[in-house]
Design a protein around this ligand. Structure first.
Ligand code: G6P
Ligand code: MG
Length: 211
């Protein structure tokens, strides 16, 4: 492996919380009488909670105050956290765990770079609370992806330069963040179709082939 460190996005890369985010936002949107579907949900990947809410409110005819918006975001998060309760280590794909273990054996430092404020909670559910060498998440950043801050912080925590790290992402916003921060990137799903992605991949185990 030519990189000293790998920084993994969490949602959509290590585990699949998209469905829970969707359900929680859908319940809130239904309650407010706002149209929301999976296509709009796709735009929320990698985007912070408040920015996600703003995207959902684009379909609303009503204007809401800052306090109302904060209340909506809190309601959504409460529902999301309840849904996360069902997550167990069985939700960590085997391919992900064995690949992470192999990379670690090669001496690569492993970090999380996620916009989520629930990252540590999710890692705990998956049985990975003490697994990573560093965690940079929604609690230590002021700007979410596509700003590179979350990955720059992760590299700093690993005491590595961006050029020494690979960022692994499923969202175009994350690939933009990685590129702007000076990182090479590997992308799955929509991120594999992005022309800025250094290594377009179709499966997690393919990370082992990057050398
Ligand atoms: C990740 C997800 C986004 C989510 C964001 C904030 O980046 O891909 O869909 O909006 O985290 O999550 P949070 O758990 O803080 O609401
Ligand atoms: Mg993601």
């Amino acid at each position: 492996m030519k990189y000293k460190g790998i920084i993994f996005d969490l949602d959509g890369v290590i585990c699949f919380t998209d469905k829970y985010h969707y359900l929680a936002w859908k319940r809130l949107a239904d309650k407010l009488g706002i149209y929301f579907d999976e296509t709009i949900n796709n735009r929320l990947r990698g985007v912070s909670r408040m920015e996600s809410l703003e995207i959902i409110l684009e379909k609303s005819t009503k204007k809401y105050s800052k306090e109302e918006k904060e209340d909506f975001a809190e309601q959504k998060n409460k529902m999301y956290v309840e849904l996360l309760e069902d997550m167990t280590p069985a939700d960590l794909p085997k391919e992900v765990k064995t690949t992470l273990d192999d990379l670690r054996k090669q001496g690569v430092l492993l970090a999380i770079g996620s916009s989520s404020k629930n990252a540590k909670r999710i890692l705990k559910h998956l049985g990975l609370e003490n697994y990573f060498d560093a965690i940079s998440d929604g609690t230590n950043i002021t700007k979410s992806k596509p700003d590179p801050e979350v990955f720059l912080k992760a590299a700093e925590y690993l005491q590595l330069e961006p050029q020494e790290c690979l960022v692994v992402e499923d969202a175009v916003a994350g690939i933009k963040a990685a590129t702007d921060g000076g990182f090479d990137s590997a992308g799955f799903g929509e991120a594999s179709e992005c022309e800025m992605t250094t290594y377009p991949l179709s499966g997690f185990a393919e990370l082992r082939n990057i050398n």
